[in-house]
Design a protein around this ligand. Structure first.
Ligand code: SAM
Length: 250
């Protein structure tokens, strides 16, 4: 049998493709792509003529079995998405899970992901982080979802659509408090790359005042809750309760 390569592609700057990705994409028998028209432009740019087949959210289950069959018959197949690493807020989960279930070798060909790219330049704690992907689109569901994250101490990474970024930052300021540090990482690796770090309140104001900041692709990062301060607060509370109790002692 052949194997399934999971290949990362650039998120803007085409120079970010790896030498290994180019070699694998040129050598496999078939490339399964989220959007064949989009990916054919990428392949054309690198003069790669491997045949493309569509594998997106709507046909992934059906397509998986035929792709796995091809692999079992000896073909090597590469999975790519429109940008960045497949499966990261992109199709491919079903195909990769099915490949493992069928005993097919899955080979990652690593490269860019917007989440890690943003995190590497955000200047927020990176020792632990939580990738949150896309927030619910509806306001009520978004609010509820954010409320569940108020005690999250890790840096949180969100993907966001440009027309929702202002609403989301305002909602975050409301739920997490306007003082919380955050970063808007927009148009990463592209001409208008912008990495703005500010408190949530200031970030909301800054984005609101400049419609250019509500365009293109963006990642939002929010610092986790300061657990040390929270512990100090508890101990201050505990101390005052203890004081009260002590006063009652004979
Ligand atoms: N698989 C991709 C990855 O590995 O990052 C993510 C795909 S997801 C459908 C698209 C989202 O990723 C965008 O809405 C945006 O939040 C983020 N994104 C992709 N490219 C970006 C870029 N150049 N700058 C900032 N964010 C980007």
């Amino acid at each position: 049998a052949g194997c399934l390569y999971v290949v990362a592609t650039p998120i803007g700057n085409l120079d970010d493709i790896t030498a290994r990705a180019l070699r694998v994409l040129a050598e496999v028998q078939l490339i399964a792509a989220e959007d064949t028209r989009h990916s054919s432009r990428l392949l054309q740019h690198f003069s790669i003529s491997t045949p493309l087949v569509a594998c997106h959210d709507h046909n992934e289950r059906a397509q998986s079995s035929s792709l796995l069959q091809r692999i079992e018959q000896g073909a090597n197949v590469a999975l790519i998405s429109d940008a960045g690493t497949p499966l990261i807020s992109d199709p491919g989960y079903h195909l990769v899970a099915q490949a493992h279930a069928a005993g097919i070798k899955v080979v990652p060909v690593p490269g860019v992901s917007a989440a890690i790219t943003a995190l590497s330049a955000a200047g927020l704690p990176c020792d632990r982080f939580a990738f949150e992907g896309f927030l619910p689109a509806k306001e009520g569901a978004r609010q509820k979802y954010l409320q569940r994250l108020t005690q999250e101490s890790r840096t949180m990474i969100f993907y966001e659509a440009p027309h929702r970024v202002l609403g989301s930052v305002r909602a975050m300021a409301e739920v997490f408090g306007g003082e919380r540090q955050a970063v808007l990482a927009r148009e990463l690796t592209k001409t208008f790359e912008t990495i703005k770090r500010a408190s949530l309140a200031d970030l909301a104001q800054w984005i609101g005042a400049d419609t250019n900041q509500q365009r293109g692709e963006c990642v939002l990062l929010v610092k986790g809750v300061d657990t040390k301060a929270a512990t100090d607060e508890i101990s201050v509370d505990t101390q005052s309760i203890l004081k009260l109790l002590c006063n009652e002692l004979p």
